[in-house]
Design a protein around this ligand. Structure first.
Ligand SMILES: NC(=O)c1ccc[n+]([C@@H]2O[C@H](COP(=O)([O-])OP(=O)(O)OC[C@H]3O[C@@H](n4cnc5c(N)ncnc54)[C@H](O)[C@@H]3O)[C@@H](O)[C@H]2O)c1
Ligand SMILES: O=C(O)C[C@H](O)C(=O)O
Length: 343
């Protein structure tokens, strides 16, 4: 889907919430090629609510002022139907972020309506090869809502961001073991992008050695995993809100770009690797079909594959189950609010 030839037509990237914080931290990097590579021309369709169009106009002027080689045009919209017309890559960021003391699930109703409308608009106008990434919270369930209103787009095209959690897990493991993040592979986020997620080190390696073995040598065992590592990663979003006074922006933008990059380019910046993505379950690991659940995946060229056959410990399996149960409950909640379409 992504064109590596400068003669091919530009890829249409639609970004929602484009005047927001993550939007601002994302746009200039997208336009410079950090997301789809240095040979892919881009046309940006930016969507905002009417009150934010003024600020967005200013951002569009700044994008113009960069004279980016790869940027073929910037259009701004407040009508989702127009913003998603011909869209190849959709980044759904626009939503209300949580503030101190809220859980991401508290945003279900507030943000659900936005994603129903955008799902319908994608269904009507997006290009036949569209790939969708949901960042706005609660991301997994918002992706479920979006997909449910876009029955003509294959279900596997709808994903939600857990790359941020993945990167956080890598960072915490690197810190605990005194290695560089680049030496770590095989970390995985299982379940929901929420405090119930299971960030797993069970198949992770550090410079080729089992991470659990390296941790054991440092006397970091199950106690450290359950009392330090897992809660640290799973609650990192809340910790950032507490310390920074607002939800994560730069790290979220970076993770969103990496998610799209790893999924959609064949020569991802970081090379082939296992990442974490929330994708529609097709029954992997016994997860109910259709739930948008984070798994370890390998991906590239617009495709992804859930890594199958990994054995989780009993404790890991229980943690994962708990997070999947939360996804089921979120699905039931949006169903009862009438937010699911008829896919
Ligand atoms: N999945 C993740 O890992 C992750 C990480 C960080 C943040 N987030 C989420 O990303 C979202 C955006 O965060 P932010 O810090 O940029 O927030 P922000 O408030 O700075 O920006 C959100 C923007 O969305 C716009 N918006 C609202 N409704 C819209 C609609 N119907 N159509 C288009 N735009 C709309 C707002 O006007 C605003 O400009 C939040 O939901 C936040 O919780 C997710
Ligand atoms: O935690 C939040 O509300 C924002 C985001 O999902 C994060 O993980 O930082």
């Amino acid at each position: 889907m992504v064109h590596h030839n400068a003669q091919k037509p530009a890829v249409v990237v639609t970004l929602t919430g484009a005047a927001g914080q993550i939007g601002y931290a994302t746009l200039f990097r997208i336009a410079s090629g950090a997301m789809l590579g240095a040979n892919t021309r881009i046309r940006l369709n930016l969507l905002e609510i009417p009150q934010a169009l003024g600020a967005l106009e200013g951002t569009a002027m700044e994008l113009t002022d960069c004279s980016f080689d790869l940027l073929d045009g910037v259009n701004i919209f407040s009508d989702p139907r127009r913003a998603f017309e011909g869209c190849d890559v959709a980044l759904l960021v626009g939503a209300k972020p949580r503030s101190k003391g809220m859980e991401r699930a508290d945003l279900l109703e507030a943000n659900g309506a936005i994603f129903s409308e955008q799902g319908r608009a994608l269904n009507e106008g997006a290009s036949s090869d569209v790939r969708v990434t949901v960042v706005g919270n609660p991301a997994n369930t918002n992706a479920l809502i979006t997909a449910s209103h876009a029955p003509d787009i294959p279900l596997e095209r709808f994903t939600a961001l857990t790359r941020l959690d993945h990167n956080r897990a890598v960072a915490q493991l690197a810190k605990a073991t005194g290695v560089h993040p680049r030496d770590i592979e095989g970390v995985a986020i299982w379940g929901n992008h929420s405090a119930s997620q299971f960030p797993s080190l069970e198949h992770a390696t550090i410079a080729g050695r089992a991470a659990l073995e390296v941790l054991a040598e440092k006397n970091l065992g199950e106690q450290w995993l359950s009392k330090e590592f897992i809660p640290r990663v799973a609650n990192r979003g809340a910790e950032i809100i507490q310390v920074r006074g607002g939800s994560s922006v730069g790290s979220a933008a970076n993770a969103a770009l990496e998610h799209v990059n790893l999924w959609n380019t064949s020569n991802s910046v970081k090379g082939p690797q296992i990442t974490s993505m929330a994708v529609p379950s097709t029954g992997e690991y016994g997860v109910e079909e259709g739930l948008i659940c984070s798994f370890p995946v390998t991906c590239g060229g617009g495709e992804y594959r859930v890594q199958e056959g990994l054995k989780l410990s009993e404790a890991g399996r229980r943690r994962f189950e708990k997070s999947v149960e939360e996804l089921r409950q979120e699905k039931a909640a949006v169903e009862s609010l009438g937010l699911l379409g008829n896919r």
